[in-house]
Design a protein around this ligand. Structure first.
Ligand SMILES: [Zn+2]
Length: 372
């Protein structure tokens, strides 16, 4: 097989892995078959029908854990707006390679695969590499959360997350807590509200308190401050009744050093009596100090491609790293991939062909450096 980074990205784009529903299986099997051919040991994990993640390994030694390179196989829906390019066939125009998931992140997955191909069997007797290709990253990192509960991930000594950064190495991202706050009341006729207990009033008071919530945490030097957003509000069924139920949805982004459990109990008491919290996502921030030795090596390797010594920066979005680090605890982590972050989830999403090829060289240099 003589695929280059661009043609392999096109091959990956042809698999419809739009999530929902996902259906990553065929794409995962396609990648897995290539990896086996290149000398990798491949294992699959399906947390639900067709929701396939893959873990592939080559090399391995007692002395040092392998380098992990990770990416997700699913992509977001096409959206309501009409595309001017075919989202699945890999149309090109100049340097641009179009398709749903081109930037986020099939170009990144293709670059990871091709860098892996360059080594394959040559990694015997070295720390080696472990590739983790996940299902269901979009909409809550479900695939990596499931994978982290299995024994498949093994060990890793450092991690590269191939999400779109235009090949700029980023040293982490905020954490996230998402929950619904539910309030109950007592229904009554709308003409006699004094006989009821209005759940919407309770929820509204709680929302107002959250708007002024003080995290009481110092600003992080790179990530800045934690944030809080109330994104949904639901309650009541008809205008002429006292509502007996209301709830709203909250999205919190945390910075390193914050204690999520402590924060949740502070939020609960800030929202007042009767608030019931249903936490449906709780992921810690990802952060490696920029002066960490391995991060400095990554910066050095990326310098020629970035055109300057990289400065410490973090990604605006979440990644699977938050879940994988539950297993790869303490592994220095960099978010680094060829896609364009601004193109993620957009109509007419594209990736740069040049950056996709460069990413292969960057990942190869990282593997060589780790396994030397
Ligand atoms: Zn992504």
């Amino acid at each position: 097989m003589t695929q280059d980074a661009v043609s392999l990205t096109k091959s990956l784009l042809r698999f419809d892995t739009i999530n929902p529903p996902g259906r990553e299986r065929d794409c995962a099997r396609f990648a897995g078959a290539m990896l086996e051919e290149w000398g990798f040991r491949v294992e699959y994990h399906e947390y639900a029908d067709s929701r396939t993640s893959l873990v592939a390994r080559a090399g391995g030694s007692e002395a040092k854990a392998p380098l992990c390179l990770t990416g997700h196989l699913d992509v977001v829906p096409l959206g309501a707006r009409q595309w001017s390019k075919d989202p699945f066939s890999g149309e090109t125009d100049g340097d641009k390679l179009y398709g749903r998931g081109a930037s986020d992140m099939k170009a990144g997955v293709a670059a990871i695969l091709l860098a892996a191909r360059s080594f394959g069997k040559k990694l015997n007797g070295t720390p080696g590499i472990v590739l983790v290709l996940t299902a269901a990253e979009e909409g809550g990192c479900v695939g990596s959360a499931q994978l982290a509960k299995t024994q498949l991930l093994g060990k890793a000594g450092a991690m590269v997350v191939g999400e779109p950064t235009s090949n700029y190495p980023l040293v982490g991202h905020k954490g996230s807590i998402k929950f619904h706050a539910r309030f109950r009341g007592v229904s009554a006729h709308g003409s006699m509200p004094e006989l009821g207990e209005n759940a919407i009033y309770k929820a509204a008071r709680a929302v107002a308190r959250l708007e002024g919530f003080d995290f009481a945490t110092p600003s992080h030097p790179i990530m800045g401050k934690p944030t809080l957003n109330v994104g949904t509000m639901e309650g009541g069924v008809t205008v002429n009744a006292v509502p007996d139920a209301a709830r709203f949805g909250v999205d919190i982004r945390t910075v390193p050093g914050m204690d999520h459990d402590g924060l949740l109990s502070k939020l609960k008491s800030a929202m007042g009596e009767g608030a019931e919290l249903e936490v449906f996502s709780n992921l810690k921030p990802v952060w490696t100090a920029p002066d960490h030795e391995w991060i400095q090596r990554v910066f050095e390797i990326c310098k020629p491609y970035v055109g300057e010594p990289p400065a410490p920066r973090t990604a605006p979005y979440m990644t699977d790293a938050a879940n994988l680090l539950k297993v790869y605890s303490g592994a220095p982590t960099v978010v680094l991939g060829p896609g364009e972050a601004a193109m993620a989830h957009q109509t007419d999403e594209y990736a740069s062909q040049e950056r996709t090829r460069q990413a292969v060289a960057i990942y190869e240099a990282l593997i060589r450096d780790w396994c030397r």
